[in-house]
Write a protein that binds this ligand. Sequence first.
Ligand SMILES: C[S@@+](CC[C@H](N)C(=O)[O-])C[C@H]1O[C@@H](n2cnc3c(N)ncnc32)[C@H](O)[C@@H]1O
Length: 277
Amino acid sequence: MDATNGTTDQTFEAFARHDFYRAVNEHLVDRTLQIRERVEEPVRRALDLACGTGAVTQLLADRVRQLREPVEIIGVDPSTAALEKARKLVGSAAAFVVGTAQAFSDIVTGVDIILFCNAIHLLPQKEPVVAEAHRALNPGGVLGFNTSFYDGCYAPGTERFYKLWMLRSLQMLKRETGLRPDRNRVEAMNWLTPEDYRVMLERNGFQIEEMKTEVANMTCESWQDISQYSEFANGALPGIPVDVATPILKRSVAEAFDELQIETLPRNWLQVVARAV
Ligand SMILES: C[S@@+](CC[C@H](N)C(=O)[O-])C[C@H]1O[C@@H](n2cnc3c(N)ncnc32)[C@H](O)[C@@H]1O
């Protein structure tokens, strides 16, 4: 519950506190900075695109504090509720601006690095965002992005977990509320392959510097935390109000973990660093 207003917090904040999540993002931030360091010019401006509640912005601020020259950090996200939390978390180390990944190069330009974490899969059209990132970056600038929703994100042997979780949640939903998700209400999520991302980046003036899979071991608690994030709950049980969907998803994922007798579930994160050429 959100202690300030007594409602359930529907942002990504609770999930973003998990150690495995911090680790995958930290690795991406570090690799993006290291690859940018090959350019002789210092990093002056950095953008955290789709910064949400500021978890990655905070990582970035910690890292750039160690650089010789000061770095201006800007976080962009369309959610004012998330930005409010980001401001509280990061303080004056970054400026936060309302904006979208489809149109930010008029608000933020001349950047040396862009981090775009855990968000590209949310966008039905990904190519305009890649083009926009290229416009906003200085020559030699570096884009680092990651996603755990792509064609290849299910670690081998884990498909049965997702099937069981959905089965248990649908059974629970029907039994307790009589409701069924409305599959017509959800836009099919467009999960690209790593190769699709490679081709799209190269087509838009980027050179791939690194593309790899990192395995994160997700706990039951982390799935419960992501179940309260409105975008996730809407995707898992479309058409069901979030305050109904979230408790069902939380209880059914605990059942799935119990039935399969697992402590953690491996999930693949695609980590990509590309340079504007
Ligand atoms: C899963 S959160 C990731 C937050 C943060 N980047 C992280 O890795 O912890 C996804 C974020 O994408 C934002 N988002 C959704 N649609 C967007 C869009 N069209 N442009 C930019 N950000 C968007 C959401 O508001 C949310 O804050």
